[in-house]
Design a protein around this ligand. Sequence first.
Ligand code: SF4
Ligand code: SF4
Length: 135
Amino acid sequence: MSAHRRGCPRRFDNSTDGFASYSDGKEHDQMAWLTGFPREKVDWFPTIDPEKCVKCGICMNCGQNVFAWTQEGARVVRPYSCVVGCQTCANLCLGNAISFPDIRTIRELYRREGIWAKVKKQLEESGKLKADPLP
Ligand code: SF4
Ligand code: SF4
């Protein structure tokens, strides 16, 4: 397990056209998402080491409601609501108690399943992006 420190927690609403939009009530461009690939097949969610958790509570700020608070501290209750690639809770965890899988496994999955290509195709088809081959 490596602790990569990138990402941003935002709430998304999946839509049928393969895009998702922010649901914070403001206007945003639509954001490419998993293009219909089942979220449950993406092995990306936080794991808490209870020995390291100092009950700071900052992980409860996750906009995806991945965590629930218990008498023993935070617990992961909705792992597949975690935004793939996000690691904000780990970045801010006071006890360095949160870890994620190696991001390279996700990048390998995206390449294997053609997710980058599908996202790009959707952007092109929606007129948001001019057709251009991936590098
Ligand atoms: S659980 Fe952590 S990594 Fe996942 S969306 Fe929430 S803040 Fe981001
Ligand atoms: S952010 Fe880390 S230390 Fe703080 S409550 Fe969550 S798991 Fe525990």
